[in-house]
Design a binder for this molecule. Sequence first.
Ligand SMILES: Nc1ncnc2c1ncn2[C@@H]1O[C@H](COP(=O)(O)OP(=O)(O)O)[C@@H](O)[C@H]1O
Ligand SMILES: [Mg+2]
Length: 334
Amino acid sequence: MTAGSPGAPRLLEIDGLVTHFPLPRGTFGARRKVVRAVDGVSFAVEAGEMVALVGESGSGKTTTAQSVLRMVEPTAGTIRFRGQDITALGRRPLKPVRRRMQVVYQDPYESLDPRFRIGRSVAEPLAVHGVGTRAERRDVVLRALERAGLTPAEMFADRYPHELSGGQRQRAAIAAALVLGPDLLIADEPVSMLDVSVRAGVLAVFDELRRSGLGILMITHDLSTAVHHADRIAVMYLGRIVEEGPAAEVVRNPAHPYTRALVAAVPRVGHAGRPIEIRPGEPPDPAAVPDGCRFHPRCPIAVEECARVDPALLPAAGPASHRAACPITRQEDT
Ligand SMILES: Nc1ncnc2c1ncn2[C@@H]1O[C@H](COP(=O)(O)OP(=O)(O)O)[C@@H](O)[C@H]1O
Ligand SMILES: [Mg+2]
C-alpha cells in the first residue's frame, strides 16, 4: 500500500536520528550520565501509508515523535519532510512545515481547552496561522469534525469537552489536528486512554484518513493495534529500531528475538512458531545501554558475540523490505 511515485521525495524520512538527554552531574565528580532515548533510528513514512512504531514503555517512541516534530532538539541525524531537511530549521521557516505535520496526543486535553467550546479549540490552529475569515474558519472546522466522525458537526462544535465521551473527545482532538490540512499525522498512543469499546471506532478514523492520502505515524505499545491497522511495523527497543517490515510479515515471521517475544505475548495475532520469552532481569535503562547488542542481557538465544557486536538492521528472510538486527536468527532463517 505504499504510495509515492519513483524519484518523488518521501513524505517523512528519518535518517540516523539520535536524541540524548544529559542528566545532571552526579556527586563526587561522577561522570555525567546521558539518557540515550533515541540512539540511531531510521525509517520513512509515505503518503497514504500508516507506519506503526511499536515498543515497550521507555523504548523512545515519544522522544522519536517529539524529535520529528522538533519539539525536542535532536542530537544527530536528519529529518526530511517532503524532501526538505528540517533538522536544523529555525522557528520561522519551521512554521509552515509544522502546518503540514500535526500531532494527536494520548490525552485529548493536550489539544482541547476545557474552558472553550469544541468549535473554538478546533479553530485555534487556523487563528494561529491566520487562515481564512471567521466564516471560512467555521466551515473548515465543521468539515474537520465530520472527518473525525463527529456528526452533526454543528452540535459537537457547540459542546464543551466535558460534555463529550472519551472517544468523542479524542475525535475532537483529531479534528483539531486535521483543520490545517496536514500531510502527516503523528499519533502518540491515541487510544490507550480510551475505553476498549470505543478504540476500534477511533482507529477506524485513522484508517480512513490514511485511505484519503495522509501519512500516519502511529505510536503504540500494542502490537495487535499495529498489525490490524498499519501497513508497516517498526519495533523499537532501547532507542533503536530492531526490526522493521510489512506489518503482516513482521508478525507472521518475526526475525528478532525481541519481536518474537512481543508476538508470543499477544494472543490471536496469528503467530504459530517458536514462542520466545524474554529473560527476567533488570528493566532496560537508556542511561546504561549494554555494549554489543542492546537486547543481549535479556535475550534467550544470545551468544558470546552478542555482547561485543552491535548488530545492524539487515534484510531478513522474506520480502526485501523486512529487516532485523539479529545475526543469530538470520543464520537460522537463511
Ligand atoms: N526530557 C527528558 N530528560 C531525560 N530523560 C528523558 C526525557 N524525556 C524522555 N526521557 C527518557 O527517555 C526514555 C524514552 O522515553 P520515551 O521517549 O517517553 O519512551 P516511550 O514513549 O517509548 O515510552 C525514557 O527512559 C525516559 O525516561
Ligand atoms: Mg510514550
